[in-house]
Design a protein around this ligand. Sequence first.
Ligand code: GDD
Ligand code: MN
Length: 379
Amino acid sequence: MVELAVVVPTFNERDNVEPLLARLERALAGIAWEAIFVDDDSPDGTAALVAAIGGRDRRVRVIRRIGRRGLSSACIEGMLATNADHLAVIDADLQHDETLLRGMLAALREGGTDVVIGSRYMAGGDAGGLSSRRLMVSRAATKLSRLVVRADLTDPMSGFFMLTRAFFHETVRYLSGQGFKILIDLFASAPRPVRFRELPYVFRARHAGTSKLDTLVVLEYLWLLADKLFGRWVPVRFVLFVLIGLSGVVVHLAALALFYRGAGLSFIAAQVVATLIAMTTNFLLNNTFTYRDRRLRGGRIVRGLLSFYLACAIGAVINFQVAEFLFALAVPWLLAGFLGAVLGSVWNYGVTSTFTWARERPRPAGPDRALDRPAADQD
Ligand code: GDD
Ligand code: MN
């Protein structure tokens, strides 16, 4: 029986795999453990290396995900793939102190605890490996996490922890699975108060390779918080789509002022130009934020834009028709107008999410895969 499964999410961590396994071997002597790497089709061949090691060491295996990215979802899928009673998550880059795993396991074995967290911010811990800019962001993110995490954690951003399989399976169906912060997700999603303990450790500098943390991670974090705050009632994506739609009204009126009053176009001509401009900025904003995970690039932007125009034109017709129909039924003008706009937005959202930003089919791996995300900054 395997007692401890160590889940290691990886993206381009080839040169860290062997050093990490050597350290786990030493730290976990006498414990029945296994290591599950969850690799998102790293172009550097991380998965192939792990698979080769797994060929001679049955404790080591790899889950390969194709056409997917995401640290949290990788951890979740790794933890789902084992029968061990205790599940740990650790980064591949040796920043987390693997010698803490033994103490974490001992704490869980005593019973009465669901999660043991490695903390950089309690007495005895140290975030040494973090730059001062990262430290500031980490502090701000910790404050924000109080919106959704009710437990008093010193290091809710930690990516280093161990939990019981029982607790994980109690919680897994409620997880959001979005972004980088799996621990926050676990605490915010658990159907009951989490019994936790924290153990201090010293955060080290990254061994090989580069960090995958970029500005997108910040956006994903806010997304996770929003999903935990109100995602049960309305999808975060839809809220973002509507907010961007509202910003389009402002753009439209500004463009109208510019072309009608400023440039002296006829009202109808200025309206047409303003509509096109507003739809275009809406498209670009949605492509950057709302559909950041399915972002259209290169020539596909033009096709996407045209389908967006078409969908929104039909949405406008629906909007007018519904409003006019209700108005004719003596519904007050403001309510009729509002309901027309709501139905138009739902149409626009539904249609563009299926056609404009259709789920992509996985592409064959190539050298350009590494460029799929903005450049990562150094740890
Ligand atoms: N499968 C998969 N998919 N793995 C990923 C992805 C992804 O999209 N993005 C990152 N990883 C892997 C990396 O390969 C690495 O093993 C681990 O997740 C952490 O990524 P880093 O890029 O090294 O993150 P970090 O050092 O900035 O931050 C980490 O440590 C912090 C302190 O504990 C993360 O774990 C943070 O969540 C954590 O706060
Ligand atoms: Mn790291």
